[in-house]
Design a protein around this ligand. Structure first.
Ligand code: TXD
Length: 311
């Protein structure tokens, strides 16, 4: 059985364990600093397995030793946004938590592939790669699957068409400047900008960009977790089953899309080596301008990180 360790057993961490267990994909370890909480959530999940008929071992722990020999490490540890907070407000605290978690878990799982969730996402993924010295194939950030799924859900609500017929691609940084690509998104093959009138499409794009804040403002106590966790589970499955699934993820850029030495949301091929390949779309002038604006926002947070942490 494969093994997946999730660092941070809060809302997204525990929900990722839930989605993963349903897929019967791997044994799962939940790690958190809060005593008893990861153990309690793991036990509760174990007790659900007879009901859903999945043979998965799930344990909780307060130390990294339990993560030994993991194929995948998912990092969700850190603070989440509250109403009025930007993702960047989380920077200094989360850099400390995520940096330590990455370095410590690698000692127990030298072959693991890392999926990063903690915000500010693109910057935390960069931190993990630099702190661990891992090649870019093995550090991937989750953002684009979620942002794209939100857009797909909004298109489904507008059109009444099955979510299965709707493909959307939201690229760029995981912030308000994210880039929903309407020309490449489609309903059963028909580009969105042909399928929907401009005003409806504009409203969907705007709602997608603010998708995270919309949920936070409703919840008031934390941020979204069902959809982000489902996205993580999809990434883990694509990797462990070597699916070569093309999905938007935050990847380390090495000249693709004209960007270097930063993480950015782009379509990637996910397989057993982690990031197998970056897919490059041909962008028009307008799309390029949106990419540049989003990249500038990511670079700004990255500069702030570099002032805080020696990398
Ligand atoms: O799409 C995305 N990338 C995101 C990112 C979608 C949703 C949430 N996103 C970010 O993930 C969010 O902004 C946060 O930075 C993280 C975690 O969000 P979550 O909603 O799961 O937050 P919780 O419920 O507060 O859980 C965080 C847990 C909590 O139980 C802490 O006790 C724990 O992290 N924590 C730690 N665990 C292990 N080790 C250390 N050092 C540690 N510090 C805190």
């Amino acid at each position: 059985m494969n093994k997946i360790s999730i660092i941070g057993a809060g809302m997204t961490g525990a929900t990722t364990a839930h989605w993963l267990a349903e897929r019967e994909l791997a044994d799962i370890v939940l790690v958190d600093v809060v005593e008893g909480m990861p153990q309690g959530k793991a036990l509760d999940l174990v007790e659900a397995m007879p009901i859903i008929g999945k043979d998965v071992n799930i344990v909780g722990a307060n130390d990294y030793a339990a993560t030994k020999g993991s194929d995948i490490i998912i990092i969700t540890a850190g603070l989440a946004r509250k109403p009025g907070m930007s993702r960047d407000d989380l920077l200094s605290k989360n850099a400390e938590i995520v940096g330590t978690a990455a370095v410590e878990t690698l000692k127990h799982s030298p072959d693991a592939i890392y999926i990063i969730l903690t915000n500010p996402l693109d910057t935390m993924a960069y931190l993990v790669m630099k702190k661990t010295g891992l090649p870019r194939e093995r550090v991937i950030g989750q953002a684009g699957i979620l942002d794209s799924a939100r857009m797909r859900a909004f298109v489904a609500m507008e059109t009444g068409v099955s979510v299965e017929n709707i493909d959307c691609y939201v690229l760029g940084g995981h912030g308000d400047e994210m880039v929903p690509l309407t020309r490449h998104s489609n309903v059963a093959g028909i580009p969105l900008n042909e399928y929907l009138p401009a005003d409806k499409l504009d409203a969907i794009v705007a709602r997608t960009r603010k998708g995270g804040a919309e949920v936070i403002n409703l919840l008031k106590t934390g941020s979204a977790y069902y959809a982000p966790a489902a996205a993580c589970a999809q990434m883990a499955e694509a990797i462990l089953k070597n699916k070569n699934l093309v999905v938007p993820c935050a990847a380390y850029m090495n000249g693709e899309y004209g960007l270097k030495d930063m993480f950015f949301g782009v379509p990637v091929v996910l397989g057993r080596n982690g990031l197998e390949k970056i897919v490059e779309y041909k962008l028009d002038k307008e799309e390029k301008a949106m990419f540049e604006k989003s990249a500038a926002a990511v670079k700004e947070t990255l500069e702030a990180l570099k002032k805080l942490v020696q990398l």
